[in-house]
Design a protein around this ligand. Structure first.
Ligand SMILES: Cc1cc2nc3c(=O)[nH]c(=O)nc-3n(C[C@H](O)[C@H](O)[C@H](O)COP(=O)(O)OP(=O)(O)OC[C@H]3O[C@@H](n4cnc5c(N)ncnc54)[C@H](O)[C@@H]3O)c2cc1C
Length: 407
């Protein structure tokens, strides 16, 4: 390929944030290059939402993100929030719909459609893309940046680091790009896997492996209970999974991964559709009707549960049974790790970027956007919304800074 090596702006990483950054910068008149280490753009966009790509949420605001980052998120969303994201994709020709949880998907239900329109726009703004171009080091001098890759070097006046976090290394993100930022004195909030299945040595897990129920789940750290979520709860050979577990995983992963606590558990209500009193009365009635012990929960829990609950059911004590099924505790020993995690909690400390522009406070001309920063949203389109918003704003500002030279 005929490659030139000098650009106004080089975007490192062609995921959602990098593509949005390049479009923002290209629309601002800058000559832009995306360096992407994989053979395609947006591998994570492609797998997002099970290939349907949940591109944003109808109800995006900073409350959907980790507490520490909310001020920065509010600032970014005030410049490129829901209204702007909607207009951005509509203008690119993408038709979307929302489901009843406010999650927005392309009308085709295929993430490839999202990339289709984004790639067209990259072409329209004249952005270049170099594939299989992993940036291995970044240096600054008076005239700008020198970016090394395996075949040589590239030069740019500004660099936007959009190299993602550590989750799903198969999509190009193994955390090695953090070093590009730490080389300039940036610090890392210890990255840990988030939205991830959890490991448990509870004796229920193996015999119930494959059983999925609706449950109410709260995490517990040092005995302190967290908020409750309701929905899928799945038993597996290694522990537990399902949407409730993914949604409760971040705090546990942070506690374990940052050495804050090893006393981590999930407290699970296996019968969330009945209040305790209602369940107790139902059991008392079943006991009066002489139900056999292994059928006391028939119709309320799948038959397999009678096995793991046998010692409790054999007590024929409704209080003991209610306690066992409304507050079952699973000790959590770890997470399934980076290969399974949807997001990264942690990353480059967001306090080290300008809250208005995302320019590094450590190195002028360097910008950071997307999952590389320690900003993480909940499931439901919040992480891609952050990628579009932070990417676009950083690209726009980088281009503006070149149009209006610094004093
Ligand atoms: C299975 C799964 C499902 C998901 N579903 C959703 C969802 O439905 N909705 C939602 O909002 N979020 C979802 N997410 C999260 C969301 O996809 C990410 O938060 C978002 O894509 C991050 O965008 P990014 O551009 O910051 O990083 P990434 O998309 O990770 O992009 C970073 C890019 O940088 C490249 N790169 C890394 N290092 C270098 C280097 N040194 N040189 C050059 N290139 C480099 C990588 O190859 C990669 O392409 C999901 C994630 C996963 C894993």
């Amino acid at each position: 390929m005929d490659r030139t090596d000098r650009f106004d702006i080089i975007v490192v990483g062609g995921g959602g944030a990098g593509i949005a950054a390049a479009i923002g910068a290209g629309r601002g008149g800058a000559r832009v290059l995306i360096c992407e280490k994989m053979q395609k753009l947006g591998k994570k966009v492609r797998i997002s939402g099970n290939g349907r790509c949940n591109i944003y949420n109808d109800i995006i605001d900073e409350s959907g993100y980790n507490v520490e980052s909310r001020e920065l998120v509010r600032s970014m969303l005030s410049k490129f929030g829901k209204t702007e994201i909607v207009r951005f994709f509509r203008d690119l020709g993408l038709r979307v719909y929302s489901d009843d949880e406010g999650r927005v998907f392309p009308i085709t239900n295929q993430s490839a459609s999202v990339l289709d329109v984004l790639e067209l726009e990259l072409g329209r703004v004249g952005a270049h893309v170099y594939f299989e171009c992993a940036i291995t080091s970044l240096e600054r001098n008076e005239s700008g940046f020198r970016l090394k890759h395996k075949d040589g070097a590239l030069y740019a006046k500004c660099v936007i680091l959009c190299a993602g976090g550590k989750s799903y290394p198969i999509s190009g993100t193994d955390g090695s790009a953090y070093a590009l930022a730490t080389a300039f004195g940036h610090t890392l909030v210890e990255p840990v896997p988030s939205t991830v299945a959890l490991l448990s040595d509870d004796p229920w897990c193996k015999p119930l492996s494959g059983q999925k129920i609706q449950a109410g789940v709260s995490f517990s750290i040092n005995g302190e209970p967290g908020p409750r979520t309701e929905g899928d709860f799945l038993f597996t050979d290694y522990g537990v999974s399902g949407l409730t577990v993914l949604d409760s995983s971040e705090e546990i992963s942070i506690a374990l991964g940052r050495g804050l606590s090893t006393d981590t558990a999930l407290v699970v209500d296996l019968v969330p559709f009945m209040h305790e009193d209602e369940l107790r009365k139902e059991l008392q009635q079943r006991l009066r009707r002489k139900f056999p012990s292994d059928k006391l929960l028939a119709g309320l829990l799948p038959p397999k549960f009678a096995g793991v609950l046998a010692p409790v059911l054999e007590t024929r004590n409704p209080h003991t049974i209610v306690d066992a099924v409304k507050r079952k505790t699973f000790r959590i020993t770890g997470t399934r790790g980076w290969n399974d995690a949807e997001f990264t909690a942690g990353g480059v400390d967001h306090r080290e970027v300008d809250g208005r522009t995302l320019e590094s406070k450590k190195c002028p001309g360097l910008y950071l956007a997307g999952e590389i920063l320690d900003v993480n949203g909940k499931r439901g389109g919040f992480n891609l919304a952050w990628a579009w918003s932070s990417g676009y704003v950083s690209g726009q500002h980088a281009a503006e800074s070149l149009a209006a030279p610094r004093h």
